[in-house]
Design a protein around this ligand. Structure first.
Ligand code: ATP
Ligand code: LTN
Length: 334
């Protein structure tokens, strides 16, 4: 690793179908950072068991997501790509950070409140501890920048607070990370309710574009997408549904919002929606093909994961040793 470059860390949970929101808000931004930064991209399987999973599905989703990262532009010769549970220091640092986290602050987290509501029969300790594990992920690697969607800002703030709290209590140990939230695409909305975010776990399939959807499905979902009351293709706060579609169109076609507004002036929603679908299909199709090819090459994926975990563990072990020393644990006799 290049010591002068800053460090980038990010991750996505291997739960369910990865959405267009996950792609436009997060994964899509990862590839372009690889030359300027030391990047680590992690499949956070330990986070995903905070809601109940079927073991065989989790295993498959995890490997599929590894392949998807690469298909979306993560280059394993440039970045460390690994699975969270392969690096034991994540859980170990989480425990130490737990001892400086307050129940009150975890109880206030929006995602915890939402998930507690959604999974009222399974409000487990892991669900509450989720943001502390996320802080451990980030702080272990002395991360400078964390590219994520808007919904993760609150969790990032906690990671910053825990870093500062630990540094103040035990002396300078962690880099205090910054979020990298891109202006466009950081909050893609549901196609059925433009006021709420497009979410993997939305039970309404028409609300969500999965990165795995076939072209017909994508076209049908955009056709059925809700629109705003007039018929003008214009971006604006008073037009949340069309603004969302314009954002998706702009990010997938490469045109600016203004260019798109001009292109579709006077054309009505039907033509516009078809164009959004075509632009999304043109981006998603090659990703799907590449992911399929990679999934078939298990030996390659395993070699990437082995190297990724080794690289990550080297850094993680160093940070954890420092943390253990600061809190007063006797070093292991070797
Ligand atoms: P769930 O809705 O089940 O909690 P999720 O769709 O938020 O899951 P995560 O694995 O929690 O998926 O998020 C992965 C990344 O995708 C994060 O960086 C998150 O900010 C980003 N992200 C998720 N949804 C959106 C969205 N609608 N728009 C932009 N970015 C998003
Ligand atoms: N909570 C994140 C996933 C996540 C993550 C991380 C993102 C877990 N650990 C570390 C960035 C850095 C989410 O997107 N829901």
């Amino acid at each position: 690793m290049d010591a002068i470059k800053k460090t980038v860390f990010s991750g996505v949970q291997p739960t369910g179908k990865i959405t267009l929101g996950n792609y436009l808000g997060a994964i899509r931004n990862w590839g372009p950072l690889q030359d300027q930064y030391n990047c680590l991209y992690c499949v956070v399987d330990m986070h995903s068991i905070t809601v109940s999973q079927v073991a065989a599905e989790l295993r498959k989703n995890t490997m599929d997501l590894v392949a998807l990262y690469i298909a979306c532009g993560v280059d394993p010769t440039k970045s460390g790509l690994f699975i969270q549970s392969h690096v034991p220091q994540h859980a170990e640092l989480c425990w130490v950070l737990d001892t400086i986290s307050y129940i009150g602050e975890l109880n206030r987290m929006t995602q915890f409140k939402e998930k507690s509501r959604k999974h009222a029969d399974n409000i487990n300790m892991g669900l509450m501890n989720y943001p502390v594990l996320m802080a451990a992920d980030i702080l272990l690697y002395q991360t400078d920048l964390v590219p994520v969607g808007k919904d993760q800002i609150q969790h990032l703030e906690l990671a910053r607070n825990l870093a500062e709290r630990f540094n103040n209590r035990y002396s300078e140990t962690f880099v205090v990370p910054e979020g990298l939230v891109f202006k466009q695409g950081s909050s893609i909305k549901s196609l059925q309710d433009p006021l709420s975010k497009m979410s993997k776990s939305d039970p309404n399939e028409n609300a969500v574009i999965s990165l795995m959807d076939d072209p017909d499905t994508i076209a049908r979902k955009f056709k059925r997408a809700v629109t705003d009351s007039d018929t003008v293709v214009r971006f604006g706060e008073d037009k949340p549904a069309i603004s969302n579609l314009l954002t998706i169109y702009s990010l997938t076609s490469g045109e600016t919002i203004e260019q798109a507004e001009q292109r579709f002036a006077g054309q009505g929603y039907g033509v516009f929606k078809q164009a959004v679908a075509d632009a999304v299909i043109a981006v998603v199709k090659p990703i799907q093909d590449e992911q399929r090819r990679l999934i078939a090459d298990k030996a390659y994926l395993e070699s990437v994961l082995k190297a990724g975990a080794e690289q990550a563990e080297r850094i993680a072990a160093k940070t954890l040793a420092k943390v253990y020393r600061k809190v007063g644990f006797v070093p292991k006799i070797r």
